[in-house]
Design a protein around this ligand. Structure first.
Ligand code: NAI
Ligand code: AKG
Length: 409
């Protein structure tokens, strides 16, 4: 019997948190019509209900994908984070279940860089407090504590895609740029690597954070770090809410050690635009508070929608895991005329031999084979003749250590 593909209209795609319509267009153009969308993140019970029979999930930064949620989503084949950060997903649990997680590593970086640049200029001029006062009917015309960016020092913590762009933009304003990164980085323009994190804090007029959420970056800007900060410095965080200890920032603002701040990300963020934003920072006119919108521009969201949806379609149609953050990356050509068998397994010795024994005992003619492993997981993709594929596929599922198998026609 000639096998046929799993019908695309049976593949359910769930897109949450107001993912841009460009994503739906990509899925539709590729023949996927069963798409459920929501403009916000869903409460636990609704999320579990919608994912009970879903194959692909698209989220932004709010939805937490936990082991428990994965347990309740037995058909989930892949997850798309329509953003940069993937800390909201349990990457170990997804990888041990053979669920690739994709993101858009660059598309919103310029948007974040521009927001930070704007905030820095406004804070150096004291605009947030003058603006707040004017809204109350007060007139604060004064040059006191109002500065140009020119000649000031910007300290960038995390000199990656966003940090480097901010460095270049800031140099064009005439600023001196220094950075601190745990990796050795190519300095762009005239930027200088700081000798240490503490040295950067002590010598920068503005400090901006662009690190990922990791155990090491948690509370990187804590009480002790504030003590190193230059008196009257400005602090910006548009990375993750865990990076800056908000209570310590509250104290530093109250004492005047920090003269102004711009915070886009928070340890606890409201789940929807209808929920109240609670923070001690609301008390300060000299703090710009934004609702995690660093990457929220029309340009970035449209591009992210296309980029991540294309990655999910590619994984669904041809098994490619290129740019997955938790599964070995395999870039695959088209498999026209062949059946493609994808096998994700625990990385234990001897699995490839067992896979190929099964193909051999089924007289399967291997046209191409691709293999990639990481510490925990291996991914083998084999293109074989149609005649022997279905039986071999069934046998592959019995290999010890198998996590997930797929056959693509
Ligand atoms: N507010 C928003 O809407 C957005 C926030 N983000 C956040 O910004 C973060 C940075 O984004 P990218 O620049 O694109 O990431 P990236 O991965 O290109 O750069 C991050 C840099 O931080 C460095 N780093 C990691 N741990 C560090 C540590 N402990 N100390 C110093 N440096 C460290 C890395 O070596 C790397 O150079 C993302 O992980 C994400 O959490 C990203 C986009 C939008
Ligand atoms: O746009 C979003 O929802 C989150 C943006 C972000 O923080 C990221 O890209 O990591």
């Amino acid at each position: 019997m000639q096998a046929t593909s799993f019908e695309k209209d049976k593949i359910k795609i769930v897109l949450l948190e107001g993912i841009h319509a460009s994503a739906e267009k990509v899925f539709s153009a590729a023949g996927y019509q069963n798409i459920v969308t929501a403009t916000k993140s869903l409460p636990k019970s609704e999320l579990e209900e919608v994912l009970a029979d879903a194959h692909f999930l698209g989220i932004r930064s709010r939805t937490q994908v936990t082991e428990e949620l994965l347990e309740a989503s037995p058909r989930l084949a892949a997850i798309g984070c329509f953003c940069i950060g993937t800390n909201q997903v349990d990457l170990t649990a997804t990888s041990l279940r053979g669920i690739p997680v994709f993101n858009a590593p660059f598309a919103n970086t310029r948007s974040v860089a521009e927001l930070v640049l704007g905030e820095m200029i406004l804070l150096l001029r004291g605009v947030p407090q003058k603006n707040a006062a004017a809204h109350r009917g007060e007139w604060l015309k004064s040059a006191t504590n109002s500065y140009e960016t020119r000649g000031k020092t910007l300290g960038i913590v995390g000199y990656g895609h966003i940090g480097t762009q901010i460095g270049i933009l800031a140099e064009n304003l005439g600023m001196s740029v220094q950075y601190f990164d745990i990796e050795s980085k190519l300095a762009l323009g005239n930027a200088q690597a700081a000798d240490s994190y503490e040295q950067l804090l002590a010598t920068s007029d503005v400090v901006t954070f662009h690190v990922p959420e990791t155990p090491i970056t948690k509370n990187m800007m804590d009480q002790q770090a504030f003590e190193h900060l230059k008196e009257g410095a400005i602090l910006i965080n548009a990375s993750r809410g865990t990076v800056v200890d908000i209570d310590a920032l509250d104290k530093a603002l109250a004492s005047g050690r920090v003269s102004g701040a711009a915070i886009d990300v928070f340890p606890v963020e409201p789940k929807s635009n209808q929920d109240e934003f609670v923070s001690p920072l609301r008390a300060y006119d000299n703090v710009i508070l934004t609702p995690h919108v660093g990457g929220s521009t029309m340009e970035a969201q449209a591009n992210i929608g296309i980029e991540v949806a294309e990655k999910l379609v590619k994984y669904s149609d041809n098994g490619s895991t290129l740019s997955a953050v938790n599964i070995p990356e395999v870039a695959l050509p088209s498999h026209e005329g062949k059946h493609r068998i994808c096998h994700i397994h625990r990385n234990i010795p001897g699995i490839l031999a067992k896979i190929n024994d099964i193909f051999s005992s089924n007289n399967a003619n291997i046209a191409a084979q691709f293999l990639q492993t990481n510490e925990k997981v291996g991914y083998v993709v084999t293109d074989i003749d149609r005649s022997s594929s279905v039986k071999a596929f069934e046998e592959l599922k019995t290999i010890e250590g198998t996590i997930r198998t797929r056959i693509l026609y």
